[in-house]
Design a protein around this ligand. Sequence first.
Ligand code: NAD
Length: 355
Amino acid sequence: MTPRILVTGGAGFIGSAVVRHLIENTASEVANLDKLTYAGNLESLALVAGSSRYHFYQVDICDGAALDTVFARFKPTAIMHLAAESHVDRSIDAPADFVQTNMVGTYTLLEAARRYWSALQEPEKGSFRFHHISTDEVFGDLHGTDELFTEETAYAPSSPYSASKASSDHLVRAWQRTYGLPTLVTNCSNNYGPYHFPEKLVPHMILNALAGKALPVYGDGSQIRDWLYVEDHARALVEVVARGNIGETYNIGGHNEKRNLEVVEIICVLLEELAPEKPAGVLYYRDLITFVEDRPGHDVRYAIDSSKIQRELGWVPEESFDSGIRKTVQWYLDNRDWWERVLTGEYRLARLGSS
Ligand code: NAD
């Protein structure tokens, strides 16, 4: 039977990488279910939107009736749930949307999935999967140098974003334990790569540098993140939904721990090589680095132990940080149209013709 995968948040950064991967590398039918918030960009799907196997539904995951309609029409064999409010700074300024989408939305989606799955007959019922995509930020932060987050690490979220994601993880596990819904959970470290919305660290620094603007680094830039190239994450997710064991959690990470300041410095070095013609008044890109007041509650270090998914599903990242960040900087240099339309807001016009 051809897999029919419903991806929530498929117009976002990671969701669009998953949709592109599924269309380009598998025979699956793919439905992208997305509300198209400011973070949803249909132009990130331009390479695959023409496929007869790609379907799009503009739906809010908080709207249970609309979810029922999409399930009845598309008849998914699996759900990959990525729709979320995802930006930590926004969660500090305005947490309500995070509670609504990440917690109430996940609850609403779980209930819609349960209604749909309960009515399925075998063998479809037995092979159905609900895969919830989450973050390593649910574990809080690390202070020593030795420990890593494992699947057994206790939850200790710090920000409204990570607390709302932690809540959604708990809901998903409870729906498996209580109702038998066949769920899987993955917790991944920081992603970077093409089609990343410019408010996030890596694209923000690349685009500010190209414009000759300041490169704002929180605090002293010593916070450590474990970076994973987004296409490696997408491959991992597709492995988990296809072959992961029901009820299991898999940590996903690249073993690429870098201090934030180091990441910004590496971007500056790459830009010196790949974009040597600088904006007026800029001698070296790194001269644009500026230290700004730290984010409240800023986590010190994240680092993930991904040995379980490597051992059980044979997934390994293909990109090192050096190769992935070089590809990413080059992608932003080659795809000015995509990010200029994000910066001007024109990308939002694409949604007028959608759904
Ligand atoms: P993103 O902000 O780029 O995309 C989120 C998508 O969800 C957007 O297309 C948006 O329109 C959609 N959306 C938001 N609210 C919605 C709603 N109520 N109904 C339907 N659609 C809605 O996020 P991302 O970086 O691609 O992250 C995707 C998932 O992966 C999130 O669940 C996030 O917590 C998780 N994650 C992200 C990272 C990372 O580094 N970016 C790391 C680990 C896990």
